[in-house]
Write a protein that binds this ligand. Structure first.
Ligand SMILES: NC(=O)c1ccc[n+]([C@@H]2O[C@H](COP(=O)([O-])OP(=O)(O)OC[C@H]3O[C@@H](n4cnc5c(N)ncnc54)[C@H](O)[C@@H]3O)[C@@H](O)[C@H]2O)c1
Length: 256
């Protein structure tokens, strides 16, 4: 344990999988008091056990549907009651549906993606805001994506691009509104990281892996730890003068 996040109270959403799980465990290793949450009870509990196996503690609030305001309020109350306040919010939990424009169903794909990528960030930020303010400041870390800036030929990601472009833009506004209260808000924009969300497209979409690797200057897929290190920095006091910024952690994918 290096203690870069010593005693900071951090909510990490989507802690049952991928980047959220990686951030929750890495934050706990750095001394944060982590509260995870997920809609998936089994995987959320698994993350708690993985932490326990390392001698770390993660509290978890599950099931929690981040598209429901009442669930999100209860999540934040749970964290504040347990740890006496809140310093960091990592919004990793998300859901996106993928379809080409001609096949995209308005309700099932488009609206569900915007709820799963945008509402979840708005609701969590709004619920956390008064508690971050009460502490005299804190850090919000949102996830945009390389898809907010570039298109990937084999990926039918219209709604996802809209959602992530939205996260990128709204985080700048959050930074501006949070500045006077000491609340910093930044985005991390990963390119393709191997997680539950990307396993199926990687296995089923022809040429997807090759297209992604072709765009990547460091020719490998990302790992949750690649993202977790950036999240630790942004959550820590080392990033005290960093807000309204986007961090492309993408092996150079968007730098061509
Ligand atoms: N993996 C990538 O390549 C990649 C690239 C760019 C951006 N991102 C973004 O990073 C974040 C994490 O991605 P990931 O790949 O780890 O995803 P993931 O699917 O592996 O994990 C997301 C977690 O969120 C949970 N979740 C989904 N909807 C929820 C809801 N309504 N309420 C509560 N929990 C919910 C899921 O159960 C899952 O455990 C997302 O915002 C994603 O869009 C990922």
């Amino acid at each position: 344990m290096n203690g870069r996040l010593h005693d900071k109270v951090a909510i990490v959403t989507g802690s049952g999988s991928g980047i959220g799980r990686g951030c929750a465990i890495m934050f706990a290793r750095e001394g944060a008091r982590v509260v995870g949450c997920d809609i998936d009870v089994r995987t959320a509990a698994e993350t708690v056990e993985l932490a326990q196996a390392e001698g770390l503690r993660i509290d978890s609030f599950h099931p929690c549907d981040l598209t429901r305001a009442a669930d999100v309020r209860r999540l934040v109350e749970f964290a504040v009651e347990r740890h006496g306040g809140l310093d960091v919010l990592v919004n990793a939990g998300a859901f996106g549906a993928f379809a080409w424009i001609e096949e995209m169903d308005h309700e099932r794909d488009w609206k569900r993606t915007l709820a799963g990528e945008l509402d979840v960030v708005f609701l969590a930020c709004q619920a956390a805001w008064p508690h971050l303010k009460a502490r005299g400041g804190g850090a919000i870390i949102n996830f945009a994506s390389a898809s907010a800036r570039v298109a990937f030929r084999p990926l039918p990601s219209l709604a996802h691009c809209a959602g992530k472009g939205g996260v990128l833009a709204m985080t700048r506004q959050l930074a501006m509104e949070g500045g006077p209260h000491g609340i910093r808000a930044n985005t991390i924009s990963p390119a393709l990281v191997e997680t539950t969300a990307t396993r199926i497209p990687l296995e089923t979409i022809p040429d997807f892996r090759e297209e992604v690797l072709d765009k990547c200057m460091i020719r490998r897929l990302g790992r949750p730890e690649d993202i977790g290190w950036c999240a630790i920095y942004l959550a820590s006091d080392e990033a005290g003068w960093v807000t309204g910024a986007d961090f492309p952690i993408d092996g150079g994918t968007t730098a061509w």
